[in-house]
Design a protein. Sequence first.
Length: 321
Amino acid sequence: MKFTGSDISVGGLFGFVIVLTLVEMYFSYAHDKKLYTKRDTWTNIYLMTAAVIINLGMKTATFFLLEYCYQFRLFQISNVWIYWLVLILAQDFLYWFLHTVGHYVRFFWAMHVTHHSSEYFNLTTGFRSTVFEPLYRVFFYLPLAFMGFTAMDILFAYLVTQIYGNLVHTQYKINFPKWYEYVFVTPSHHRVHHASNVRYLDKNMGMVLILWDRWFGTFQAELPEDEIKYGLTTQPKDTGPVNIIFHEFIALTADVKKAPTFMDKVRYILNPPGWSHDGSTKIAKLMQQELREAEELEKQTKENNKVKGFNDQQRELSSTG
């Protein structure tokens, strides 16, 4: 019997996420952890609603585009277990690629930035959607149709992985086995992803598997000495319903207008956030390189001072002997 999305209750999965969210919200208020604020939570709900509306509008087009490409599939996996295993793995990798593009290409960052704009981190942050992602997400998943996966199965696999991705938006400490933390995304990994600390910028892009980040150089562990600060490196002053979606587009447009050459205008659109034609702002990788150099210099200075202190002590002992 063919395994399809109908074999699992989607409503039950969403219900599970909602119940967990309410439980986390209760314990946050009961223990005065201040993980939630009314304004931030309502903003998350508003952004989720906006994304759902666009999703519904794009649903038919997405489905038929995937089904059309399915006609030109290169192969077909007949074993149901291998079929679903390969689909989940391939879908998760393509999400990692989509997510990475959203961080390294400023045009896409202008859409993805809403998901990172909260200075709080809780289960409702997972609903703080990239509002316009449904307009282009399907093009990243077209390879799945050419690999012989049906439109319905692709959409269902995406839904399941998204639900897992929602569950890792929590500040509660959960101790997982080391093997699990090596393979799968955990709340600790995703806390790093939502941090605005220089060390943590553009790290841990995975939805279900953290292996992609480990293999492709975007992994960063949460460090106790570098306490996480959530949000953006520069928070928008206006967090109204319109500006929270369009503020980065406004900033990008201003940068494109002031660019002196046509190629600089293109670079503002395609280069990572922080790139500037005059070097007045820096991309994350450059800031991280400077951080590593500063830490290495500090470490070397401490070692030199330690050696100097030891030598001074030895000379003092020699002179008194």
